[in-house]
Design a protein around this ligand. Structure first.
Ligand code: HEC
Length: 103
């Protein structure tokens, strides 16, 4: 019985981690965002690429969706549009929320 209790207590800690929502920092690296926008979204690869760290989440979420859909196709948007198939709407939201927390 004791062992069973200990086991269920362990699961209470392990399970939430296993089913947790994707983490912004991990996505940012996995989905290659870091290559163009820099480690904390503050040192872009080229001067005509935007700094995105610390930007309002509502704004970045909208911009990512627009670049993905093609509604935003101005400037250098084509450079980013090519990789937006790697992220779904939920991941875009997680990334936007995380980006806002950066300095
Ligand atoms: C190949 C380079 C490249 C990659 C990879 C890339 N981006 Fe971009 N991103 C850009 C460029 C260039 C722009 C600016 C487009 C323009 O000039 O309109 C941009 C724009 C943005 C914007 C809008 C910024 C603003 O001020 O309007 C956000 C937010 C953004 N990227 C987030 C991301 C995230 C998150 C990822 C990873 C899923 C990512 N980008 C991957 C190049 C890239």
């Amino acid at each position: 019985m004791k062992r069973l209790l200990a086991l269920s207590a362990l699961w209470a800690f392990v399970l939430p981690v296993a089913v947790a929502a994707p983490d912004g920092a991990a996505l940012y690296t996995e989905k290659t965002c870091v290559a163009c926008h820099g480690p904390k979204g503050g040192k872009p690869l080229l001067p005509n690429y935007p700094k995105i760290g610390g930007q309002n989440a509502a704004y970045t979420e909208e911009q990512m969706k627009d670049i993905k859909s093609g509604a935003r196709a101005n400037g250098q948007a084509a450079a980013m549009a090519g990789i937006m198939h790697l992220v779904n709407e939920e991941e875009i939201k997680v990334l936007a929320t995380w980006l806002e927390t950066l300095k």
